[in-house]
Write a protein that binds this ligand. Sequence first.
Ligand SMILES: Nc1nc2c(ncn2[C@@H]2O[C@H](COP(=O)(O)OP(=O)(O)O[C@H]3O[C@H](CO)[C@@H](O)[C@H](O)[C@@H]3O)[C@@H](O)[C@H]2O)c(=O)[nH]1
Ligand SMILES: [Mg+2]
Length: 200
Amino acid sequence: MTRDQSAPISNLSRTTLSDGWCRLVEYAFDYHFADGRVVERSWEVCERPEATSVLVFDRSSRKFVLVRQFRVPVYAMGEGDGFFLETAAGLIDDGESPEETAIREVCEETGYHVEELLPIRAIIAAPGLMTEKIHCYAAIVDEGMRIGAGGGLDEEHEEIQVVHLAFDEAMAMVDSGEISDAKTIVMLQWAALNRDVFGL
Ligand SMILES: Nc1nc2c(ncn2[C@@H]2O[C@H](COP(=O)(O)OP(=O)(O)O[C@H]3O[C@H](CO)[C@@H](O)[C@H](O)[C@@H]3O)[C@@H](O)[C@H]2O)c(=O)[nH]1
Ligand SMILES: [Mg+2]
């Protein structure tokens, strides 16, 4: 096998090391270098379902609608109190399309009913670590489409604060590092390149 023929690996085997909330799998394989050398390698991969995230814009207030919640890994990294500002997001449940998940998660987390999603792109969250792909969308809503308080699901012990930010405020927070979530930065920068979509 050479690198010209699809993936540079052969003899792949998978061993599940842990199968909890995240599935940790060891991939063992022969790696074929471009110069013809072949070495045995292994890589631990965190296998994750696909996810969705939505940049919600309320045209009544002309503000983006983000969510803030306690994130254990953020706390574990020593990033302040662990509360983290992000676009609404969630994992795709069995049998759901990415669009169905996106609409459900926006409603659960922000209280807005979304009718139309504008695809931004799918992003790969951590390519050296896990299989997570996040389908990102924009959605334009208005005050009349606010059908609940949001805040997340009690049965999942979610405590989500809904945060409304003007475009300039949000971009200043990206600039200062107050917003440091990758998918949120990607989507806000997409908004900066496509301001007309939001009438900004
Ligand atoms: N992470 C995690 N979540 C757990 C666990 N056990 C239960 N949960 C519950 O699983 C639910 C996941 O909520 P979702 O809204 O579906 O997903 P999310 O955590 O918001 O994930 C989104 O954001 C992440 C961070 O940016 C992304 O990594 C992910 O792809 C997705 O976009 C939460 O209610 C959480 O309490 C656990 O051990 N770990
Ligand atoms: Mg979520």
